[in-house]
Write a protein that binds this ligand. Structure first.
Ligand code: CTP
Length: 399
């Protein structure tokens, strides 16, 4: 998806960097066009470095492209102007095209969204309100500013909404939810570690951060699905819009996942479930000296295999995806797990030596009964999207 981001001269211009990042996390290709005033707040090289593209600044600065506004206008699925000053709101309403940004807006036939940010009196001024009404009447999406303390010290409406909310809104505009692959579908994701108590203060657990589960939840939400995450204790926040069921032990995870699985279309096991738990969990804290025998040799018993149980008990048409985190013979182990877990796909990745756990990049392979598809190294967010897309393809093959 290609988003054109217009940045105008306002103190909130720095927040456009975060909007750009949020859009890239959703795999959008972002190009930036700035007004001259915007460059007084944030330098064009910042946006060029973040976007990986030259920044559009002037109608006349491009030796290879004499009509840059037409190319920018044609090559985007949506045009977002954030922050948008009162001056640019007025120019858009009046059809004025006296720089690259406003010329591009006039030439653009893709959906246009503006996020006004300014002083409260400038926002409330009748001229600005009438200009915004004109834009709305023409089908421009106007994101209402939030109220709060403004950069000028005044309190009132004029603050730019959160970058993540702006990014979500423009992605929705560029590709309406109704057109997305998993609309009306329910995706269940197990995530994070499980915690198996030895006594009320000690436990057995692992280093799973929940990052992959969170990335999968975001990818499934972006694809239009309803999302349930059954998660062990993690320190990150799952995306807004996902229903999060918090659990501690593998047995709790199985119980909650079973409940959510009853109407799930896709089940993804991203949790690092502890394979074993202490046979006995002491009701009181074990004391050294008195309870040494219980503390130095802790008998373990096997935990249920959450993914395998869900896959075995699945209803027809449900797609089950698991992970295989391996240090050696990655693909051979993944193929074994595909069969043993009765999964439709195993995402195989190599762990150890700094790979996969807690990192932002992953190298993985999709192992299905049809064969092996090796993927290049990519950010977790992108891998999560590829997994959800693949699971959604498998789902449409079954229905
Ligand atoms: N899994 C699960 N319940 C378990 C163990 C694993 O649901 N008790 C799921 C994980 O969420 C993952 C997949 O099974 O999707 C593979 O997990 P992994 O730990 O790699 O494999 P194990 O089955 O534990 O096998 P091993 O430890 O021998 O590699």
């Amino acid at each position: 998806m290609r988003i054109l981001l217009g940045v105008t001269g306002c103190i909130a211009a720095y927040k456009a960097c975060e909007i750009l990042r949020e859009l890239q996390r959703a795999d959008a290709d972002v190009r930036v066009v700035m007004t001259e005033a915007a460059t007084r707040f944030v330098g064009a090289p910042t946006f060029a470095a973040l976007s990986g593209h030259p920044v559009g600044l002037s109608l006349f600065d491009n030796a290879t492209d004499p009509i840059p506004h037409i190319r920018l206008a044609e090559e985007c699925d949506a045009f977002l102007i954030a922050p948008c000053t009162a001056n640019v709101v007025a120019k858009l309403a009046g059809g004025i095209a006296d720089d690259l940004l406003t010329s591009t807006a006039l030439a653009c036939t893709a959906p246009l969204m503006v996020a006004p940010a300014m002083n409260v009196h400038m926002y409330e001024n009748a001229a600005t309100q009438s200009n915004l009404a004109t834009l709305r009447a023409r089908g421009v999406q106007v994101l209402d500013p939030q109220s709060g303390r403004l950069a000028c010290g005044e309190v009132g409406a004029g603050k730019l909404p959160e970058p993540s909310a702006i990014a979500r809104a423009v992605l929705e505009l560029a590709e309406p939810l109704a057109a997305r692959a998993l609309v009306g579908r329910h995706v269940l994701i197990t995530s994070g570690p499980t915690v198996e108590p030895i006594d009320p203060v000690r436990f057995i657990s692992n280093r799973s951060s929940g990052k992959m589960g969170a990335a999968l939840a975001q990818a499934a939400l972006d694809a239009g699905a309803r999302v349930t995450v059954v998660s062990g204790p993690v320190s990150l926040l799952y995306p807004d819009g996902a229903t999060v069921v918090s659990v501690e032990t593998a047995r709790e995870m199985l119980e909650q996942a079973r409940r959510a699985a009853s109407d799930a279309d896709i089940i993804v096991g991203a949790a690092a479930v502890a394979d074993h738990r202490p046979a006995v969990s002491a009701p009181q804290k074990l004391k050294k000296g008195t309870d040494d025998a219980e503390l130095t040799a802790i008998p373990l018993v096997a935990n249920p295999d959450v993914l395998r149980t869900l896959a075995t008990d699945r209803r027809p048409g449900q797609i089950v995806v698991g992970f295989a985190a391996e240090t050696d013979q990655v693909l051979a182990h993944a193929e074994m797990k595909l069969r043993y877990k009765h999964a439709d796909m195993i995402v195989a990745n190599e762990v150890g030596n700094g790979k996969a756990f807690g990192t932002d990049d992953d190298k993985a392979a999709f192992v299905t009964s049809a064969g092996i598809e090796e993927l290049p190294l990519m950010p977790k967010a992108q891998l999560a999207q590829r997994i959800i897309t693949k699971a959604s393809d498998l789902l449409s093959e079954t229905s």
